[in-house]
Ligand binder design. Structure first.
Ligand SMILES: Cc1cc2nc3c(=O)[nH]c(=O)nc-3n(C[C@H](O)[C@H](O)[C@H](O)COP(=O)(O)OP(=O)(O)OC[C@H]3O[C@@H](n4cnc5c(N)ncnc54)[C@H](O)[C@@H]3O)c2cc1C
Length: 372
């Protein structure tokens, strides 16, 4: 039986990025994705500019709308427009974006099995035996990139470190003029969702509207979404009736990300930024770290546990700060809104974080440095 250098479970941003990087390094990689692509992924699709800098190809032609302005409001009032009109990022449709990343992995040499669900794993000496809906496969390493409710993490006993939040989203059709008015802008509204916020992001042909909370149990989220749509006068005819729900996965500290020959990346490792709900960038970044750790391990340069060090160095401090800030924001949302919107210097720094020019730590430890 063929033994893969690495088996990647999940074809989202984390899995496809890890698979592509390893294939480009000459490794034999198998990626298992339970859905057939393109598949829907519940997500607002906000992609900061820094994502383009991580990937070595330009994603902008596949994006729905550029983002040049962020608007913060309190219960849909007091809108604060933040921008110097430079490019902050894009909004993507995840079904298209994820399909693109998966195609890139395949083009780099990854063997992709779509519609093939991962079922279980078992350590067997130097290998991992993986059972799938299509039979057994073997790998020298395994990367769990199977999202927030990761089966890989559960089977490894590592899911207990993850905390969960929830989000709902819907796509709303609006007249062309209303769509044009919101083009290039993403809207975040505070005050309407306990422990979270609502958003309105522009797509090419509609708006993506949603609500997110960091709370692990919260029953009123659907009402928060309805209230948000009503406040924004988006709830009348033309609205899509489909409301989809998704899980956000956070960790206080990036520990418990590996066991035996297996690593966890992206949402499977709880890498979402707890303050903003941003998970695509950390998924891609952790996917790259996982690929590097696997290459180094197979070359005998280091143990697989070096992965956790890479993650702590790359993302650890920022995830920790996002966690602390989110707790403060959850307890004092109005104070955060007033403080955040009242000072031009602070706004500029916040924009720098969104774009990727600054990290959270720069808000505290440096004045105006650029990210290295
Ligand atoms: C409503 C909502 C809005 C969001 N908005 C944003 C946003 O605007 N910007 C942002 O940066 N982040 C956002 N996020 C977070 C972001 O969606 C995630 O952090 C990101 O998708 C993580 O990527 P991933 O590759 O780790 O996992 P995923 O994208 O979840 O990919 C996991 C893949 O694994 C597959 N899979 C699962 N189980 C198995 C199995 N057993 N076998 C085989 N395959 C399997 C799934 O089908 C899926 O394709 C949002 C999340 C939600 C819920």
């Amino acid at each position: 039986m063929l033994i893969y250098d690495s088996i990647v479970v999940g074809g989202g941003p984390a899995g496809s990025t890890a698979a592509r990087a390893m294939s480009r390094a000459g490794l034999k990689v198998l990626l298992l994705e339970k859905e057939k692509m393109p598949r829907h992924k519940c997500c607002a699709g906000g992609v900061p500019r820094k994502v383009n800098e991580l990937l070595d190809f330009d994603i902008s032609p596949w994006c729905e709308s550029p983002v040049r302005e962020v608007v913060f409001s309190w219960l849909s009032r007091k809108p604060q427009f933040m921008s110097d009109r430079s490019l902050l990022g894009w909004v993507v449709k995840r079904e298209l974006f994820d399909h693109l990343l998966l195609r890139r992995a395949r083009a780099a040499g990854t063997r992709v099995k779509e519609g093939c669900e991962f079922i279980g794993l078992e350590e067997d000496g130097d290998f991992v035996r993986v059972s799938t809906a299509g039979g057994e496969v073997r790998g020298r390493t395994l990367i769990g990139a199977d999202g927030a409710r990761s089966r890989v993490a559960r089977l490894l006993g590592l899911a207990r470190y993850t905390q969960f939040g929830f989000a709902l989203e819907t796509r709303v059709r609006v007249p062309a003029a209303a769509l044009a008015e919101r083009r290039d802008r993403v809207y975040f509204d505070l005050g309407g969702v306990p422990g979270g916020y609502s958003w309105i992001f522009p797509l090419r042909d509609c708006l993506d509207v949603g609500v997110a909370t960091r709370r692990s149990s919260f029953r009123g989220l659907r009402k928060c979404l309805r209230d948000c749509l009503a406040r924004e006068e988006l709830s009348s005819e033309g609205s899509h009736s489909i409301i989809r729900g998704g899980t956000l996965a956070f960790r206080v500290l990036p520990f418990g990300l590996m066991k035996g020959h297996s690593l966890l990346t992206g949402d499977a490792g709880g890498m979402t930024d707890r303050l903003t709900g941003e998970g695509i960038y950390p998924a891609i970044r952790s996917g790259l770290c996982a690929a590097r750790a696997v290459e180094d391990y197979l070359d005998g340069r280091s143990g697989l546990s070096a992965y956790q060090k890479l993650i702590r160095k790359d993302l650890g401090v920022d995830l920790l700060l996002a966690n602390l800030l989110s707790r403060f924001a959850g307890a004092f949302p109005r104070l955060i809104f007033d403080l955040g919107c009242s000072d031009k210097g602070r706004i500029k720094k916040a924009m720098g974080v969104v774009q990727g020019e600054l990290a959270y730590r720069d808000l505290f430890f440096k004045k105006d440095s650029s990210r290295s």
